[in-house]
Design a protein around this ligand. Structure first.
Ligand SMILES: [Zn+2]
Length: 489
């Protein structure tokens, strides 16, 4: 078992970590700054193209001077190297010794005829250089600026270390998505979204079941789908948003999940003034948007729906004001229409009275986890519970960790394939096989303060963001990846 720090020098504002549904790729969302090197090149097009033009003109001038200084007479032939008249066809040039059989002599033409190709090159190059000026494209040249996305975070550091004010506007602040290989702790940038996550919002990052898409919600007005292969970014906002809301003031409150074939993503719109909540289906490829379900918001107060898998089950965790209750309800989809299935579990009021015998503690921070088979795991320590469909809730059987660890376990995370469970405690992290309950590993993470954890399919890799207070009193976030020994199960 190994713990590796992931070195992301350009950002200490990490937002969320999550593993791909299959495989070991870890996705990390972070607020950071990048510079598109291509747009800097485009900004300097008068200098770059002007330099190129000067170079071409210099070569052409040299050629024209050569032509002028080497007169030729029509009807005679000349050595191509030294311009000596070799009309009598000697096998080698008497002047410079060039082999005229291998490199034939040039027929004599007037200076004007010999100059024509060079003059054409000069005219065409000047015309090409004049075109962007004539079209008044400006330094930004919008039509060309979007051709490439050569984002660099290193260039931001370079620019900020130097007093080059004209490059400052090229620094863009936004949310980037990184893919990390947990075996090597190396990362690569998948995409950059020109919209930073604002503190105070709730951030959502969800990967599609086929591992092709990531969907981000980093402000209330837009959703962003990222093609994880190409890094292409598709957003839904503006006119599309208007179509969904029909002009009413509404906000995206959560990304619920994807449908089973990953073709579309479901997200929740909340209209506070009309007290309505809509579950919206969005296909990032076709840009089609439709409202799947619309309800009074007091059904879902807080407007949060989380879908585990749209074709099978959906869950929503809601709190009703006034009653101060928290309850779990579940929704399944049948023939792509949403069907509500209210499960009689985890209804708890603020006084700690459990409506259903579910072993929950008052003031618990744990949220219920809904499995693909419809079971609900209530990940509260020290007594995690499981409620299978049509059965009573019962304790989840897990091999107990050593006593000091058991006391501090505060957070449990289920792997995307529901095969393993990761428990996070003070200075220690523990891994179980969820099916057998066997304790597989215990990792010392020292005195790090965890800010987010994730576990990969099969329980092979884990990830932990942790918080460090920096010299200026602000909090930085760093990332560790953990490789667990694979169990035979
Ligand atoms: Zn010669």
């Amino acid at each position: 078992m190994t713990v590796h720090p992931v070195n992301i020098p350009h950002s200490t504002d990490l937002l969320e970590v999550t593993f791909a549904p299959q495989g070991d790729t870890l996705y990390v969302a972070a607020n950071s700054e990048v510079v598109n090197l291509w747009s800097i090149c485009v900004f300097h097009w008068p200098e770059i193209l002007g330099g190129l033009l000067a170079l071409i003109l210099l070569v052409c001038t040299w050629r024209l001077v050569r032509i002028v200084r080497r007169p030729r007479i029509e009807g005679r032939v000349y050595c191509g190297r030294c311009n000596y008249d070799v009309t009598d066809a000697p096998p080698t040039c008497p002047e410079c010794g060039r082999d005229l059989e291998a490199k034939p002599a040039r027929p004599g033409k007037t200076r004007l005829r010999r100059s024509i190709p060079t003059i054409v090159i000069v005219l065409v190059t000047c015309l090409l250089y004049a075109m962007p000026w004539a079209m008044n494209v400006g330094r930004q040249w919008p039509a060309v600026a979007g051709w490439f996305q050569w984002d660099s975070a290193e260039a931001v550091t370079w620019i900020q270390d130097r007093p080059i004010t004209r490059l400052q506007p090229f620094v863009r602040r936004g949310t980037e998505l990184l893919a990390v290989n947990p075996a090597t702790a190396e990362w690569r940038r998948v995409a950059f979204v020109d919209l930073p996550f604002a503190v105070g919002n709730e951030f959502d990052l969800k990967i599609s079941p086929d591992g092709r898409w990531a969907t981000l919600r980093n402000d209330y007005q837009s959703l962003t789908a990222i093609d994880l292969q190409s890094g292409g970014v598709i957003g839904v906002r503006g006119s599309i948003t208007q179509r969904v809301t029909r002009g009413r003031p509404s906000v995206w409150t959560s990304v619920a999940g994807y449908n089973a074939d990953s073709s579309s993503v479901f997200a929740v719109w909340h209209n506070e003034s009309e007290r309505r909540v809509s579950l919206v289906e969005w296909n990032p490829v076709t840009q089609a948007v439709r409202i799947v379900e619309e309800r009074e918001s007091n059904v879902y107060d807080g407007g949060r729906i989380e879908m585990v898998e749209a074709e099978r089950w959906t869950r929503s965790v809601t709190g009703e004001p006034g009653q101060s209750a928290r309850f779990l309800s579940m929704y399944g989809t049948v023939n792509r229409s949403l069907e509500r299935k209210l499960m009689e579990v985890a209804v708890v009021d603020d006084q700690g009275g459990a409506v259903e015998a579910f072993g929950v503690t008052p003031n618990s921070q744990a949220e219920p986890y809904l499995c693909a088979d419809g079971s609900v795991i209530f990940l509260d320590m020290p007594r995690p519970m499981i409620k299978r469909p049509d059965e009573k809730a019962q304790p989840l059987k897990l091999q107990p960790p050593p006593a000091p660890v058991r006391q501090t376990l505060g957070r449990l995370v289920v792997s995307p394939d529901e095969s393993h469970l990761l428990g996070l405690g003070h200075e220690t992290m523990v891994l179980w096989n969820l099916k057998s309950g066997q304790l597989l590993a215990s990792v010392d993470h020292g005195s790090k303060v965890p800010a987010g954890v994730a576990l990969s399919a099969g329980g092979r890799s884990g990830a932990m963001m942790h918080i460090v207070r920096n010299n200026s009193g602000r909090f930085d976030k760093y990332l560790d990846v953990i490789r667990f020994p694979t169990d035979s199960d």
